[in-house]
Design a protein around this ligand. Structure first.
Ligand code: KE4
Length: 428
């Protein structure tokens, strides 16, 4: 594998950008490699600056459900750019995209378009606090909701105390109202509500966790969260930045038949362009400026190019809903291959999956971190040497797109089945 150009670019990148990247996970630090620099992508393939080509199972961390440079999307974007890039005024496309999203997710009676998942979550939490007049929020260990201060938290000592910042630069006072529980642990959630229920503005959850690797909600977990939040007048927020339009047009809330009060979206909703959204019950969203007193704004919110990509992407998915069954089948082919090895644990829902290097079930953060990250790094190298790019971290997800060809899936299946677990151990 030639790497000279990527190495040269990385050296320059490190001079101008922290870690040479604009988002930490891209730096490949947890797999101990220098990252490759992508020149172009088409369908299920990435091509880097040295000409290496990979079958891509990261899909830009989820947006690429149709594959890269999907003609139905790129053609529309290409035309849109000739009409101007940004106006800072209302546009027809914002209305069209809002109608499409709210039509797919009826719990989103009103919506606000923003530029990133972080911004969507930060704004949704502010809206929930403004609507309830309460301060505390509940999140789950191992769930990631973007990098806004109050959500960069791990559990404090004991589960009922305020969160401890996960990051430097976040004052402890910014996370004191953030309570953390283990994912899938209804008992601990009930304890938190018994202690703080009347002061909890919102509970935010990834309905399928995908930031500790993919961890599925146990039967009844989401329904329990719906019941207890309703009982205490707490706003239930589903962070569907990953699962939205990934598990189906109605996201995880349709898949698991649980209706949240608010939802955050990103990634697929913008077709890979910087577009995200938050929305929910009308009475909550009407608290948002200029109607209400919860302030939120954005120069490029609802940008005409990003909305074009979002509309085009959702149009393809709405016109070809069979895509969801097809990509789920492809993902199951991969999961089945991983299961052929002892010492691996696979979690999959639809076209979203993770393989963990542990032989024990992975149902929350504490079980996920038992995975052997050195073995994962050796597996990552093996896959890359075989022309296959999976997420460069044990605690990320694998995505399958409509563009993954049968040949590439079968090539990946063969590669997985031929994984030599003994050699992986020696590779560590
Ligand atoms: P962004 O601000 O990165 O657009 O979205 C934040 C976010 C919010 N909620 C969920 C459930 C998310 O998964 C994310 C971001 N996901 C990561 C991948 N695990 C983005 C990749 C990265 O950070 O570079």
């Amino acid at each position: 594998m030639k790497t000279e150009i990527s190495e040269h670019l990385y050296e320059k990148a490190c001079k101008w950008m922290p870690g040479g990247v604009n988002s930490p996970v891209r730096a490949f630090r947890s797999v101990g490699r220098i990252p490759f620099f992508v020149r172009s992508a088409k369908g299920d393939r990435l091509v880097d600056e040295d000409g290496n080509e990979w079958i891509d199972y990261v899909c830009s961390w989820g947006p690429g459900i149709l594959g890269h440079a999907c003609p139905e999307v790129v053609d529309k974007v290409r035309k849109a750019v000739s009409d101007g890039l940004s106006f800072g005024t209302p546009t027809r496309k914002e209305v069209e995209l809002a109608e499409m999203i709210c039509g797919c997710m009826p719990s989103m009676e009103k919506i606000r378009l923003v530029n990133s998942g972080t911004e969507a979550v930060m704004s949704a939490v502010r809206a929930a606090r403004g609507y309830t007049g309460r301060d505390k929020i509940v999140k789950f260990r191992g769930c990631y909701h973007g990098h806004s201060d109050g959500l960069l938290v791990k559990a404090g000592s004991g589960l009922l105390t305020g969160g401890v910042p996960d990051s430097d630069g976040v004052p402890a006072s910014y996370t004191a109202h953030t309570l953390v529980a283990p994912y899938n642990d209804t008992e601990k959630v009930a304890e938190i509500f018994r202690e703080y229920g009347s002061d909890i503005a919102c509970l935010i959850v990834e309905p399928v966790a995908a930031n500790m690797g993919v961890v599925l909600p146990e039967d009844g977990f989401l329904a329990f969260l719906r019941e207890i939040t309703a009982r205490y007048g707490t706003v239930l927020i589903f962070d569907e930045v990953i699962t939205g339009f990934r598990l189906g047009l109605g996201g995880a809330q349709e898949y698991y038949h649980v209706r949240p009060d608010m939802t955050t979206l990103g990634k697929i909703a913008g077709g890979g362009m910087p577009l995200a959204a938050y929305g929910g019950r009308r009475e909550i969203m009407d608290c948002i400026s200029p109607l209400g007193n919860v302030y939120q704004a954005g120069t490029l919110s609802g940008n005409p190019i990003a909305t074009t990509a979002g509309i085009a992407t959702l149009s393809v998915l709405m016109n070809q809903p069979e895509i969801y069954g097809q990509i789920a089948e492809k993902a199951e082919r991969l999961a089945d291959a991983y299961r052929s090895h002892s010492g691996l644990w696979v979690n999959r829902v639809g076209s979203l999956l993770s393989v963990f290097f542990t032989d024990r079930p992975v149902q929350d953060y504490n079980s996920a971190i038992l995975s052997n990250v050195d073995a994962f790094a050796a597996y990552f190298d093996y896959m890359l040497e075989n022309g296959i790019y999976v997420a460069p971290s044990q605690f990320e997800a694998m995505f399958v797109s409509a563009a993954h060809t049968t040949d590439d899936i079968e090539r990946t299946v063969t590669c997985i089945r031929e994984l030599d677990m003994d050699k992986i151990d020696r590779w560590q």
